[in-house]
Design a protein around this ligand. Sequence first.
Ligand SMILES: [Zn+2]
Length: 329
Amino acid sequence: MTIRIDAKRLIPGRGEPLADASVVLDDGKISFVGPTADAPDADQEIKTDTVMPGLWECHGHFLGLLTANFDELSGLRPQMAAMRVTHDARNVLEAGFTTVREMGGYGTFLGRTIDEGWAVGPNVYASGAMLSQTGGHGDFHGAPLHLARDLVERHWGEDNICDGPDECRAAVRRMLRLGAKVIKIHASGGVMSELDDPILPQFSKEELEAIVDEATRMGRLVGAHCHGSRGIIAALEAGVKTIEHGTYLNDEAADLMVEMDATLVPTRFIVEFLMAEGEKKGMPEYARRKGEEAAKKHSEAVSLAIEKGVRIALGTDIWATGMWGRNAE
Ligand SMILES: [Zn+2]
């Protein structure tokens, strides 16, 4: 079965866009890209305005939540969340994203369901749960610790809290048994968690090194949620390859990112979304306070990263059902 797509504009991904060009698919594989005048005939022909390669969303969460308050998870049945994320998967694919790097949530299960052919969606390159120290950004501070751990295990498959190098190593292994393709950690405090400070680093040097060592041995890269520059530097020195958010990036951290050939995923979308719509979506007061402070610094950090030549990848940090599909905004 051959399919020919004729477009007024074709963006090949490498080089300049082409006018009046075609892509020919032969049993799902691209067999021709070039001017329509030179394109071979096909069984099926489609005409459209623009054709381009599929995009990557490099930081999202399939959580099935409806609000900007993660406490919603405790009253949400996993079955409901799992149903909702299949809708999100279709929406993001239809928005042009053929791969999602899912940095904590239902992604490992969703990705496997899509791979099996039972749901429509992008390739999902998922992390399982987000690894966090006790009291860190991936902990639910309002609940007793055992209930917070249970909540994460109930929704995303395995406990995410780990302290000390041995537990950190074991936590990486727990994510691997979910089918994680990337390991996500919290190397600083965050905005959406109640009691920690986004500026302060999380996980010790020994813990970070144990996580990276274990992940590397198993052929996975580690991505770290980091706001403060000390957390960014500690993560990079331990061998973390992507920095997520990077809100308080300074000269030293930006230079180190270039030196280590690391990638920044600034998630600018969520910063602007929370400032504009967060309150309406139930964002807690503590998150609004921390978010306002972070938002001021975040655009400076992105400017600095561009100026220093840090490699940047698109990521939105979209997590709510109904928001998926807005990934290119
Ligand atoms: Zn995130």
